[in-house]
Unconditional design. Sequence first.
Lengths: 313, 205
Amino acid sequence: MVKLTKSLVCLLLLSVLIVHARATDGADNSQCLQCHGQVFYEYHNEWTDQVDRKPLNPFHYIDSVKMKSSVHKMFACIDCHSMDYQTFPHSGELRLEEKYQCMDCHGGDETYAHFNFEGIESAFQESVHYKSSDERFNCWMCHDPHGYELALRQDKPIVEVVTLSNKMCTSCHDNKFKYGLLSHDDPVDIAATHAWLPNREQHFNKVRCIDCHTKVDADLLISHNILPKEQALRNCVDCHSANSVLMESLYAHRAKESRAKSGFFNAVVLNEGYIIGANRNKTLNTISVILFGMLLVGLLVHAVLRMIFSKNK
Amino acid sequence: MSDKMYLYPLWVRIWHGFNALFFLVLLISGISMQYADLKYSFLPFDWAVLSHNISGVGITLAYLFFLVGFVLSDNKRHYKIEVKGLCGRLIRQMQYYLFGIFKGEGSPFPVTAESKFNPLQQTTYVAVLFVLYPMLILTGFPLMFPEIIIDNFFGIGGTLLTALLHSAVGFLSSLFLVIHIYFATIGSTPTSNFKSIINGYHERH
Ligand code: HEM
């Protein structure tokens, strides 16, 4: 019963929001952003009758430009946060407020069926993050509530897809404050643990962390089951070969859409990169093998003739 | 067995030894990367990358050493191609390899202290050392630091273009190597030339 009312409330909220969105294309959040969009904030102190100027906690800073490109750009702050935040100082109790989760709005909604939120959720619940954090790890920790945008599905350039996706991981794994919310240890240095990977920077610009740290899941565009580190992809040839696994992950979307005819293995990659071993040219390979074979046969014949004639003498 | 001629100075032999070693490693690791596969691979991919990088740097250093020796010593006289009548001489040398050699004729351009290479040898060595090698090095180093390659070269990926050129030139060099080694067996005995490039002395027929 509680669940039903919750869903109904959400549905109502959603419809209001969508109408709202069509009308305004992005909500007016200027009231909140005059503090949360600044490095310093000011307010009128009623007790001293002065204007106080304070530095804003950087974790409370919201990048309004990023927010405008996010999937939830049409939301007003108070659609997700309590109306009571409109007063300052905010009431202390507000920090106890329970936040919406993705599934509260997107669960069971036909409009978003193609994303398979349910599949994503159950894959996420298998992941090391969820299991090793006493279920404190939630979707928002990767999906910045104030800036998450779609990357792969939007056919953004691969480098951009990779940057956006990898930032989700490094925003925490390279940040001991965010990481510290979940663990008593400092995060290990990502550059050092991946030193075995040659051209590491190039790799991190061209492949996503999840391409190595998840298994391909046919039901999801983006696999969400981060595996224990022992199961991470380490074998170079999984990517650097004619049947590269990237064709089912990072390039799956493109590979399906453009079955371009071309003499290259995995030709879709070539628009934006080149992967040794995965992008051989079939024609050139054949020609080179034939030429090499002909040369060997020619030299062999020559050698045999030389032997015969030197014996005859 | 008769007199010997000292044709291969020590520095040439040292260069040649390193050059041959690095080249073989480059060839094997290069082919292994090009045809990398999950089930069968010449070398493990990471070993191939590592050994290819190391010997790529090695062969470049050796090449610079060769260039210095080339400029400073008089070994370069053997590499001066006389353009006039070159075609005719190349054809004569080819005729020798195709027919004369079987009839037991002597080489049309016998080895002398003044000119140790026959015209075919001379042109292929010059082509390999002054055309193919610079191209291999100039395309190889960008592939080691791919971040310096421009992403898009008139609609074709810069890395793709560089890699295609690099493997094409590498392929031509591998053809050279096979021919080079085979023709080195044509000496007073099949092994005498190999001894020469090790001890420096050429045995005359
Ligand atoms: C295992 C591989 C190799 C073997 C067994 C080999 C063998 C020989 C032999 C027997 C000679 C002396 C006979 C002659 O002058 O033709 C020679 C000379 C020479 N080789 Fe090689 N070679 C090898 C690899 C290479 C490679 C990769 C190059 C690439 C440029 C090369 C370039 C030369 C040159 C330029 C000379 C003449 C050196 C001089 O006297 O100035 N060789 N090699």
